[in-house]
Ligand binder design. Structure first.
Ligand code: FMN
Length: 187
């Protein structure tokens, strides 16, 4: 099994490392040098940035000849909300070649944010998103916007390592269950 991550501040990396540890292997950055995934199961943990999954395109290239691909998204919004799960699903599909769409198995997890650690660019971006969110009537705010307003300027951590169990089960399963996104291990 190959475990990759696309992470800027470490949340997706933390999930990937814990997942890999439980699987008896090591997680690697998708940006680094990595072995070919010929015939292997690939599990990729990618953080969400402005609706895109960080490192997903690279992960797809690395997984070109893999046996199975599991993509785990990590974002601030709560994926147990159907709207969030659906937008994560679209983000994953948008980042993968068409021929992989039917094979990929997805999971969606919640991450963390700490404004004290954000880069200047990310801080500015979040400031812009916040003022946009504030101008949006509350009933029209997406779950993503709501999660940004709730956590703006703070440190918030929704990491739930217990959600990894369902992903381990799926990665270890002989034959894949029918394609269905799972959120925080429940559903
Ligand atoms: C500039 C910026 C954009 C973000 N965009 C999204 C987003 O579109 N959807 C979401 O759910 N979370 C979003 N987040 C939250 C991150 O996905 C979350 O903090 C995640 O845990 C970061 O993972 P990392 O620590 O591995 O980089 C964003 C965070 C930042 C700083």
């Amino acid at each position: 099994m190959l475990v990759f991550y696309g992470s800027k501040y470490g949340t997706a990396k933390r999930y990937a490392e814990e997942f890999a540890r439980r699987a008896g292997t090591a997680a690697m950055s998708v940006r680094g040098r990595a072995p070919a995934a010929e015939g292997q199961t690939v599990v990729f943990f990618g953080a969400l940035y402005a609706g895109k999954v960080r490192g997903l395109k690279k992960a797809a290239k690395r997984a070109a000849h893999c046996a199975r691909l599991l993509v785990v998204t990590v974002g601030l919004a709560d994926p147990s909300e159907p709207q969030v799960a659906e937008s994560r699903r679209s983000a994953v599909l948008a980042g993968l070649p068409q021929d992989v769409h039917k094979q990929v198995q997805m999971f969606h997890l919640r991450g963390a944010i700490d404004y004290a650690r954000l880069s200047a660019v990310h801080r500015l971006l979040m400031k812009m998103v916040r003022s946009m969110a504030e101008r949006t009537p509350p009933e029209q705010r997406s779950p993503e916007l709501r999660s940004i307003l709730e956590t703006y300027g703070k440190s918030a951590d929704y990491t739930d390592l217990s959600a990894l169990a369902a992903i381990s089960d799926a990665a270890n399963a002989e034959s894949r269950p029918p394609q269905r996104a799972q959120t925080n291990g429940r559903e």
